[in-house]
Design a protein around this ligand. Structure first.
Ligand SMILES: *Cc1c(COP(=O)(O)O)cnc(C)c1O
Length: 378
């Protein structure tokens, strides 16, 4: 019996077991579980990898977004622009801080925002734009950054899904996603491309002053021990997670390469099926394939998902419901508010299993079963 999973963390662990267990044994023996050298070392290594001046580790990717917004001196009523086609965390922190989410549509091909889409929504209350680099690709950042700078609007990149992706600009110059805006955020949720064995997150910035403020907010607004200058929160990465992340960071580029190979195998195997639109590769970004997300011709998505499920193949709908249709966010919208591209994506996208450990024979079986479905229903 095949055991196909969206993400195979057990096999990944088996391959790095010796490194992980050795490192965990050291931490347990030393007894330093919060902060300390392990967390500092991971922050330093990540800052080198991403080529960003400051990395502030924190509790998770949602906290990272919240702390980022807390550092920007915003006031109730300030408007924050976010895409509708994203995970709820992006809008949640805005609502939680009493700010106003302005939820916008995305590009139908690469699923991300671009300045063209954003521009009509900018008002004199717009204080922050949060592009989400969804599924493993960068948003189109050039015009977005140029205009945000001109208008004095902050840019916070939600990079929970695209660590390691390269944004490409000005004839092949590259910058890692999360290091382009004023602040970038990361999640180390276990199934993310760089995943811990529990929760974790990080905040990125090149700005010294912002970095000090972000670090202080994540630590109860403390400037020195027991002196609290601003209202903060408690959000920290523990040493055990930092040690695991530091080991996995050493493998991240290899993991990205292997994800790319899985994606190519899907591309080749599925390209002859007319009812499937393969993932688009934007010219301004590399793709780290956090998700391999296809679009199905009308009516096929749910049936194909059902067929795969009967064959023991998991698949996921990211995301089935746009932000503005979530009950918690209804208060921000008129009843008939709708964004056409997001609506369509929610009805037609399907994410297939992808991870560095996916076996070729299992992947071929997935491809074969997709063909079988279309041989019957095509
Ligand atoms: C995972 C994710 C988050 C939240 O990260 P957590 O670590 O689960 O809090 C935020 N935004 C996006 C786009 C995500 O995919």
């Amino acid at each position: 019996m095949r055991n196909i999973q969206m993400v195979d963390l057990q096999t990944q662990y088996q391959r790095i077991k010796d490194e992980v267990n050795h490192s965990l044994d050291q931490i347990m023996s030393k007894g330093h579980f919060i902060g300390g050298t392990t967390v500092k070392q991971f922050e330093a290594n990540l800052s080198l990898y991403l080529d960003v001046k400051h990395v502030i580790a924190c509790g998770n990717g949602t906290d990272a977004l919240q702390i980022a917004l807390m550092a920007l001196d915003l006031f109730p009523g300030d408007e924050i622009i976010v895409p509708a086609f994203t995970y709820v965390a992006t809008a949640e922190v805005i609502a939680l801080l009493g700010l106003t989410p302005v939820i916008i549509d995305v590009d139908p091909d690469h699923f991300n925002v671009s300045y063209d889409i954003i521009e009509p929504y900018i008002t004199d209350k717009t204080k922050v734009i949060i592009p989400v680099h969804l599924f493993g690709q960068s948003s189109d950042m050039k015009a977005l950054m140029d205009n945000a700078r001109k208008k004095g609007i902050y840019v916070v990149e939600d990079n929970a899904q695209s660590i390691g992706a390269n944004y490409i600009y000005d004839n092949k110059k590259e910058k890692k996603t999360g290091t382009i805006g004023d602040i970038g955020t990361l999640s180390f949720y276990p199934s993310k491309n760089l995943g811990a064995y529990g929760d974790g997150g990080a905040i990125l910035t090149d700005d010294d002053e912002l970095a000090a403020k972000l670090r202080s907010i994540a630590n109860h607004g403390q400037s020195q021990k027991y002196y609290h200058d601003i209202v903060g929160c408690n959000s920290r990465l523990d040493a055990i997670q930092a040690a695991i992340l530091d080991i996995k960071l050493g493998h991240l580029d290899n993991y990205i390469t292997l994800r790319g190979k899985v994606a190519e195998r899907y591309d080749l195997g599925l390209k002859s099926i007319g009812a499937i639109k393969l993932p688009y590769r934007a010219e301004f970004s590399s793709h780290v394939f956090h998700q391999y997300t296809i679009k199905l011709k009308d009516g096929h998505r749910d049936q194909l998902k059902e067929h795969l499920s009967k064959c023991g193949i998991p698949s996921m709908i990211y995301y089935p419901v746009p932000l503005y249709k979530q009950k918690a966010y209804a208060q921000y919208f008129k009843a008939d508010f709708a964004l056409p591209i997001t609506e369509k994506l929610c009805d037609t996208v399907l994410s297939l299993p992808i991870c560095p450990e996916l076996k070729s024979e299992d992947q071929d079986y997935i491809i074969e079963e997709i063909h079988n479905y279309f041989n019957i229903h095509g």
